[in-house]
Design a protein around this ligand. Structure first.
Ligand SMILES: Nc1ncnc2c1ncn2[C@@H]1O[C@H](COP(=O)(O)OP(=O)(O)OP(=O)(O)O)[C@@H](O)[C@H]1O
Length: 729
């Protein structure tokens, strides 16, 4: 190669590198220039439907904030905040800093070996109050839909700031009177962590079962022959779930279907959605109403963009936007290509980059990254198709893909069946469950929920909200699909997909919307589970919460190992199978912090996620942070919500939330936080190491916070019995 050749080659590589990084910036980190301003922050209340397992009285779910905060722009949030209601009798776990805390016996550390061991795990003490929380003045308070607001400017009254405990699990019964106490009342409110964790079981047996080091039964005991696997859980990833129906083990704890056996193993029994239980009893699928999935509902204003015409092809005739398995393009692609060909036969300029140019691509330095050459091609191809479709819609020239469908491709209906109910609602549409009858050609293992008769799929319908939203919409669905798809189809280097990541199968286009097809989780989400628990005044058993936490951390670790941070971990995005298999979903706001061509981890800035779960550094204007550490913080908030049944604060900003400020002051002054100190665990050996882990997670200075990897290596997680067996643990 001559010097000039070399320079040209280098120049080409540089240009590609720039275009890759721009492409990724655009796709995964919407910049201001692309219209992502704080005013784009949106919130959709949960829309219940008759077929939905959620009841009308269910408290509103947390919306995701996915805008970059512009430090200079006036920060007016359109995000509405529903005031959390506390019943007068609800626990108030804070007490005033400086009162009894410093003399509390709980402060006196025991000198026992176990505690010493736990102490040794501590990475250091908490940061000082001098910790600079700049820039939160940029965040105005939000208007509230059912709260007291001081007029139209959206600022909240002082009573809002008195909500020390932001109860996740509102008691929505009519007779619950919102707590309107003063600051002092709230801060002085003492509440003992209830002792009712420990039920009526034999203490000795429990101690044996939960003391560590615990020896799990040898792996061969998990053989299907010994443990009964229910018909609907014989999916591939569920094979490893231990079931004890056939084993002669005494159950020593039973709480709401969660059972712990004398050898320390346990069994979850998460409530299955009504839609599924009904369907399981029926012999055939309900009579199908054509077009039921695609029909726009009243109240979804699409500004006339997506008019539903009766004669239009509906979603069940939607066509996949993905290339066929053999690499050839889908029918839809052919159709789009036909349309985009000009008279001279020139093709679509945005088509997949030709493979002969592969040598010009940047060198792969991080083969573990989820985003590599293949994904980049898919991103280019998908975003080009989505853009084209949106332009067609904009000018009301519908593609009518079904009308042009070619014979060889299976229809939506053939692949995924038809809708049988609604399971949730997101920012851009509803999530439905589709079911189809099993046929002889369906050979297990399946990557989604199924029973003897049917195979189920979750189908997310995605429609832009307004004409101005198209760019953001395109980014959201492309990143959501690509990230979910690449994580759930991870076969690089012979690795298997992670059991705790929701599989994303397909993205299709109908005449009126885009449709993402995913694995279906029949037991719903953690949010619903916690709401149900709160209604019976219960909460998750700590051993159950620990198992879920371990699965959550393993799922997040998998994402981090492949260059992706979730950035919106919250109970609504954590789904379950009936036997407790946990799946992380919703990659719409996930961040690619490292691609296959990068060795460096990218930091990011701005607010992303859902308020109570966001880490403090996100609220500091202009500050760049490591997205992996915000995931770790969110996992901590999720865990605390599981074991306490409510949030510790509603927003991790000292200026905005007195509860968070109290936490910071208390931990700075006393190096302890009363809630963590008093948190009980059935296993007295695990309690101290869990406490240390919580302190390590809730370090408000990100550089002192523990990583997910290290958290999994702590005694707490190492000795947590999990119903999935991970190779690394
Ligand atoms: N695969 C699935 N199986 C079962 N339920 C699901 C599935 N996917 C989503 N849901 C339900 O639908 C709800 C909304 O889904 P999701 O969070 O993916 O929507 P979204 O548009 O990304 O929401 P947002 O952006 O507001 O967080 C979830 O909280 C969950 O209850």
């Amino acid at each position: 190669m001559t010097a000039q050749d070399g320079r040209e080659h280098q120049g080409l590589a540089d240009r590609r590198a720039r275009s890759f990084s721009e492409s990724f910036k655009c796709l995964f980190k919407p910049s201001r220039s692309r219209g992502a301003s704080p005013s784009n922050v949106t919130r959709l209340p949960y829309r219940s439907s008759s077929s939905s397992p959620k009841r009308n009285s269910e408290p509103p779910r947390r919306s995701t904030i996915s805008a970059q905060l512009d430090p200079k722009a006036p920060s007016v949030w359109q995000h509405t905040y529903t005031l959390r209601r506390c019943s007068p009798g609800m626990p108030k776990l804070f007490k005033h800093a400086g009162s009894e805390a410093s003399n509390s016996p709980t402060r006196r550390r025991s000198r026992s070996n176990k505690k010493e061991e736990a102490k040794n795990e501590s990475p250091g003490s908490f940061g000082s109050t001098s910790n600079d929380f700049r820039g939160t003045q940029g965040l105005r308070s939000r208007s509230s839909s059912n709260s007291s607001c001081d007029g139209s400017n959206g600022t909240t009254t002082s009573s809002e700031s008195h909500w020390a405990m932001d109860s996740l699990l509102d008691h929505s019964d009519n007779d619950v009177i919102p707590y309107r106490g003063s600051n002092k009342d709230v801060l002085n409110a003492r509440d003992k962590v209830p002792d009712d964790f420990i039920d009526s079981y034999e203490e000795d047996a429990l101690h044996r079962a939960t003391s560590y080091p615990i020896s799990l039964p040898p792996k061969q005991l998990y053989h299907e022959g010994l443990y009964t696997i229910r018909s609907h859980t014989d999916g591939k990833s569920l094979k490893s779930l231990p079931r004890f129906a056939g084993a002669d083990l005494t159950c020593i704890i039973e709480q709401d279907g969660f059972k712990v056996y004398e050898d320390g193993s346990h069994e979850h029994n998460v409530k299955v959605m009504e839609i599924v239980t009904k369907l399981e009893k029926s012999e055939s699928l309900p009579v199908h109403r054509q077009g039921s999935l695609s029909k726009p509902k009243l109240g979804i204003a699409l500004s006339g963009l997506f008019k539903h015409h009766k004669d239009e092809c509906d979603i069940e005739n939607a066509l996949s936007l993905l290339p066929n398995e053999n690499g050839s393009e889908t029918n839809h692609k052919k159709q789009a290509t036909d349309q985009s060909c000009d008279k001279n036969g020139k093709g679509d300029s945005n088509s997949i980059p030709p493979t002969q140019n592969k040598k010009d691509y940047l060198k792969i330095v991080n083969p573990d990254a989820s985003l590599g050459d293949d994904e980049l091609k898919l991103i280019n191809s998908l975003s080009s198709k989505i853009h084209t479709s949106l332009q067609h819609y904009l000018h009301e020239k519908n593609l009518k893909p079904a009308a042009c469908a070619r014979e060889e491709a299976p229809t939506f209906q053939e692949s995924y069946g038809h809708p049988v109910g609604t399971v949730g609602a997101g920012a851009y549409g509803e999530v439905k469950v589709c079911a189809r009858s099993r046929t002889d050609s369906d050979i297990p293992p399946f990557q989604t929920y199924h029973d003897d008769k049917f195979i189920y799929y979750a189908v997310k319908e995605l429609k832009p909200k307004t004409n101005n939203d198209l760019e953001r919409f395109c980014t959201k669905i492309t990143s959501e699909f690509i990230i979910g798809h690449s994580l759930s189809h991870y076969h690089k280097n012979g690795q298997k997909p992670a059991p705790n990541i929701l599989s994303v199968f397909d993205i299709l286009e109908s005449s009126s919307s885009f449709i993402e097809v995913m694995e279906f989780c029949p037991a719903g989400d953690l949010y619903g589970m916690l709401v149900d628990k709160s209604k019976s005044k219960g909460r998750l058993h700590p051993l159950e919460a620990d198992c879920f936490m371990k699965q959550l951390l393993h799922g997040v670790k998998f994402m981090h190992d492949h260059g992706i941070a979730h950035c919106d971990l919250k109970p609504e995005n954590i789904l379950f199978y009936p036997h407790g298999l946990l799946k992380i979903c919703d990659f719409g706001t996930s961040s690619v912090f490292q691609t296959a061509w990068e060795r460096r981890v990218h930091t990011q800035k701005g607010i992303i996620g859902s308020e109570p779960y966001m880490a403090p550094e996100e609220f500091v204007n202009g500050e760049y942070y490591d997205p992996r550490l915000i995931d770790c913080w969110s996992c901590g908030v999720v865990y605390v919500s599981m074991v306490l049944g409510h949030h510790l604060w509603k927003v991790a900003s000292r200026e905005k939330d007195i509860s968070f400020d109290t936490f910071c002051k208390e931990t700075t002054r006393t190096k302890e936080f009363k809630v963590f100190e008093e948190l009980k665990h059935v296993n007295s050996e695990l309690a101290p190491t869990r406490k240390i882990a919580l302190y390590c997670i809730f370090q408000w200075e990100p550089k002192k916070r523990i990583s997910i990897d290290k958290l999994l290596g702590m005694q707490w997680m190492k000795h947590t019995n999990c119903c999935l067996i991970y190779e690394s643990s």
